[in-house]
Design a protein around this ligand. Structure first.
Ligand SMILES: [Zn+2]
Length: 509
């Protein structure tokens, strides 16, 4: 692909507008625009929180902004390694390459392309771990930083001459997108049906066409509207603001049968919850690293997976419509919304999410060393490389991934460590602000809220998969994830509580 026109790329859109109401009826666009809409759903929650933070406005995605801000503000000493913090602040995704291919790749100039690093002494020293890391802050067992980028043998360029887009099937087709983000293939039938549904039967003179160029700046505006508006196209293109409000609703998920509960019974996470006796809400929980590792894993999960796992009974603006359209029009229809994370996110307590969240199998590379008369050459082959090019098979050294979350040893991904240091205690507030705990933080918090110790009781809460799913869906839609998710309390309000919204942190890197 050439870089032409990347300076100021635009996508042409045709909007059908209701003049009287100053409202978008629908947009007509090509696959390139739909790809951008769908790419939003593939972004990890941590990336969404960061991009919206960067746009200098408080756009709340339930409690996810607080989890993200907690990672950003927590001191490095509480993380198992530097890489652990890095992978949470800039979550990696298996869709990263695809997002880069969308026409307006606003998405994330900060996230690093997935690179692999090795110890520079790898070939020469016998003490080196025979592994690679995806982070250049990992340390080899010989003591050196693993900061040498692995150069891969150039892959044969795959011709991308399909008729498909990046995420959407049939890139060249035209689509219609309603104001509430239902996407359909454009046809006379579908437009007429839609106009009828929206009540435009015979008063079509108030409808006008508007052709406009959609540019890079507006991608962020559109993304913001996805989380703040029930009419994102109108708000992005006509009103230039997103204050019209958004519907957030959560009804309880269907309870699992005894049998289903039993089958998932082996693992639990236990926390001490401090509950206000009268109000019945959780003020905060005190927990070990297992619960925090689980909450941090939420940041790596793509929006579409969080939505899929949350199941029925969740309303959050137009996200449901967009997810449904994505499912219908996706290139990769088989994959559904299964959550597969890059291998380095693997950690123990994710087994609680068992069949719902899995990690990708780390690829093994082959290091090839060749000596010729005048130079020494090393490069790496991927599993898919054409190995016929290599005549000296005995010089192929397999290089497997190490767990960048564990420091200075050769843990394989099977014994993966967590993101935070073992043995640390944490405090998590109802809206998921996470801090390392000490005795003064507990008392300080009670004092801050002017609550006497007598009004508070401590309850032990054990979580299994069912509770974790409840917690995840409550984190997306409410600002009281613990009370709603774990005590099944009605979310008191679905409007953004000003006072609870976490203060904007300084991002420490
Ligand atoms: Zn080494």
């Amino acid at each position: 692909m050439s870089n032409d026109g990347l300076e100021n790329p635009v996508i042409s859109l045709k909007l059908l507008i209701d003049k009287e109401k100053n409202k978008v009826v629908y947009a007509e666009a090509g696959g390139d625009f739909v790809d951008i809409l769908f790419s939003f759903l593939t972004l990890p929650m941590g990336t969404l929180a960061r991009l919206l933070e960067k746009s200098n406005s408080s756009v709340p995605i339930g409690c996810f902004n607080n989890i993200y801000a907690s990672v950003a503000t927590m001191s490095m000493k509480h993380f198992s390694t530097e890489a652990s913090k890095q992978m949470l602040l800039y979550p990696g995704s298996l869709n990263q390459d695809k997002c880069q291919k969308t026409k307006l790749r606003m998405i994330d100039d900060d996230s690093q392309a997935t690179k692999c690093f090795m110890c520079p002494m790898f070939v020469r020293s016998g003490q080196c771990s025979k592994g690679y890391s995806n982070f250049n802050t990992s340390r080899c067992s010989c003591g050196n930083l693993m900061n040498e980028v692995i150069q891969f043998q150039r892959k044969g360029v795959k011709a991308s001459a399909g008729t498909n887009g990046v995420f959407v099937r049939s890139a060249h087709t035209s689509f219609i997108i309603t104001d509430d983000l239902k996407v359909e293939v454009n046809s006379v039938m579908s437009t007429l049906k839609l106009l009828k549904e929206l009540g435009y039967t015979d008063d079509c003179d108030k409808l006008v066409d508007l052709i406009l160029d959609f540019n890079l700046q507006e991608v962020t505006a559109l993304l913001k509207c996805l989380f703040t508006s029930d009419t994102p196209l109108t708000d992005t293109f006509l009103k230039k603001k997103s204050s019209c409000g958004i519907k957030r609703m959560l009804s309880p998920p269907p309870a699992l049968s005894e049998e289903e509960r039993e089958s998932k019974a082996d693992q639990t996470i236990t926390v001490n919850a401090y509950v206000r006796k009268k109000e019945g809400n959780i003020m905060y929980v005190e927990c070990g690293e297992d619960f925090v590792d689980l909450l941090f894993t939420f940041l790596a999960m793509p929006l579409q997976s969080v939505w899929g796992i949350s199941g029925n009974g969740v309303t959050f603006g137009c996200i449901g419509n967009l997810c449904k359209s994505f499912k219908e029009l996706s290139v990769d229809s088989a994959s559904g919304f299964k959550c597969v994370l890059p291998h380095y996110y693997k950690c123990q307590k994710q087994q609680l999410l068992d069949d719902l969240v899995t990690t990708h199998k780390p690829p093994t590379y082959y290091r090839f060393v060749s000596f010729s008369v005048d130079h020494f050459r090393e490069y790496c082959l991927t599993e898919n490389s054409d190995k016929r090019l290599v005549y000296a098979w005995d010089k192929l050294l397999p290089v497997t991934s190490i767990d960048p979350k564990s420091e200075g040893n050769n843990n394989t991904a099977d014994e993966s460590s967590g993101f935070v240091k073992k043995g640390t205690k944490f405090i998590v507030t109802d809206d998921l602000v996470i801090t390392p705990s000490n005795s003064s933080s507990v008392l300080g918090m009670l004092k801050d809220k002017q609550i006497s110790l007598e009004d508070v009781e401590c309850r032990v809460i054990s979580m299994k998969q069912e509770e974790v799913i409840r917690l995840l869906r409550a984190s997306l839609v409410t600002f009281s994830a613990l009370s709603t998710g774990l005590l099944a309390m009605e979310p008191s309000s679905t409007s953004v509580p000003e006072s609870r919204f976490y203060k904007k942190p300084k991002i420490e890197t």
